[in-house]
Design a binder for this molecule. Structure first.
Ligand SMILES: Nc1nc2c(c(=O)[nH]1)N[C@H]1C(S)=C(S)[C@@H](COP(=O)(O)O)O[C@H]1N2
Ligand SMILES: [Mo]
Length: 366
């Protein structure tokens, strides 16, 4: 405890640094090193929860989760100076074991935040597969084992004295400053007319709308297009009954819908579709069951609540042309209210099931 009081003083009265002028900085400066760590832990947890949620949501609510995610993320930056004076510098001076890895951990976090800002402002959206948002996610994912190691190598038991008024006020100040930072960044992006200005409510950038050739093709982790996509011989079944792609193509009608990839881009196309509900009406799919599961030729699959039958579609083309292989030819899913991972490509089967849709990984594992 004595050491934390000492480090706390370092922050506010260190002679060779100007006194922190703004009140919010003072409330953060008054925190002990242990309290800064506690707030950082809360902020990291907040970024993970809000980040994954904003990713999973395909509706207007995503906007709030994205804003909250930015706020938690920036609060890490707001707390960073206090972290550096309170524990990084003293730790380095003492020559703590494993400090190399700790420094690397710090840089991974900073790079993650930088990529998040690059994506949201549109200053840099990445190169092909390595979109700034996807790289942001990969680094965040990489930082989690580093975080576990970092915490494990510095075991500190929480003390009740840490949770006082200063902690609450300091934490709220950090979040408040971060929220103002998010709002200011958004405002600046709009004022300057950066690419980030026309992002969708999910935070994604527009790419190749109404131009199928310009729309990216994206596979989740390691899935790749099946070698043979001959529509004549495509083995599509609905509840076990074969359904010819030609028949789908005959019944298809236009639907304008937006594919919004979790990699950070969206694209609107005029799809040619048959709603899953129509398969129920035709007596092919058992609509009385709880859910339906859509499986790709590659084994990739998603379970949908049966209530989604009207808003989920089998697509055979876009922009008046058949689908390209990379875009899921000859049959893919179009699920306008859901994010990219639900738009199963190379669909070979749709089956009714009583398995609840929420009993699956939130994101596909392959
Ligand atoms: N079989 C299969 N379907 C898939 C995927 C995949 O990896 N395998 N990726 C999903 C993701 S994450 C997105 S964003 C869209 C991308 O569709 P596109 O390649 O036509 O742009 O397909 C979805 N459907
Ligand atoms: Mo995606």
């Amino acid at each position: 405890m004595a050491s934390s009081a000492g480090t706390e003083r370092t922050v506010t009265t260190s002679s060779n640094r100007p006194r922190l002028a703004r009140p919010w900085a003072r409330t953060i400066g008054r925190l002990s090193a242990r309290q800064v760590n506690l707030l950082l832990a809360v902020a990291v947890g907040g970024t993970v929860v809000t980040g994954l949620t904003s990713w999973a949501i395909g509706t207007g609510w995503a906007r709030w989760w994205t804003a909250l995610h930015g706020t938690f993320g920036l609060s890490l930056l707001v707390l960073a100076p206090a972290k550096i004076t309170g524990s990084v510098r003293p730790g380095l001076r003492r020559g703590r074991a494993g400090r190399g890895l700790s420094i690397a951990f710090g840089f991974v976090i900073l790079a993650t935040i930088a990529l998040g800002l690059a994506h949201s402002t549109g200053l840099w959206t990445g190169v092909g597969y390595w979109s700034s948002l996807w790289t942001h996610f990969l680094l965040a994912f990489l930082s989690l084992p580093l975080l576990v190691w970092h915490l494990g190598s510095r075991p500190v038991r929480p003390h009740r004295v840490d949770t006082d008024r200063r902690l609450v006020i300091g934490g709220l100040s950090a979040l408040g400053v971060a929220a103002a930072g998010v709002a200011a960044t958004e405002g600046a992006v709009r004022a300057v007319g950066l690419k980030g200005a026309d992002r969708r409510f999910t935070g994604s950038h527009e790419v190749g709308s109404h131009d199928p050739l310009a729309m990216p093709t994206v596979s989740w982790i390691d899935d790749t297009a099946p070698p043979d996509t001959d529509p004549e011989r495509w083995p599509l079944t609905v509840d076990g009954t074969e359904l010819a792609v030609a028949r789908l193509a005959q019944d298809a009608r236009p639907l304008t819908a937006t594919l919004d990839c979790t990699g950070g881009w969206w694209s609107e196309q005029d799809w040619s579709v048959v709603p899953v509900a129509e398969l129920i009406a035709a007596g092919l799919l058992d609509g009385t069951r709880r859910s339906f599961v859509v499986t790709s030729e590659t084994g990739y699959r998603r379970v949908f609540p049966m209530a989604d039958a009207a808003s989920t579609h089998l697509a055979v083309g876009y922009g008046g042309q058949p689908l390209r292989r990379g875009h899921g030819a000859p049959v893919r899913l179009v699920a306008p209210a859901r994010r990219g991972p639900w738009w199963v490509k190379w669909v070979v089967s749709i089956e009714a099931t009583d398995r609840p849709w929420w009993l699956q990984l939130p994101f596909p594992s392959t």
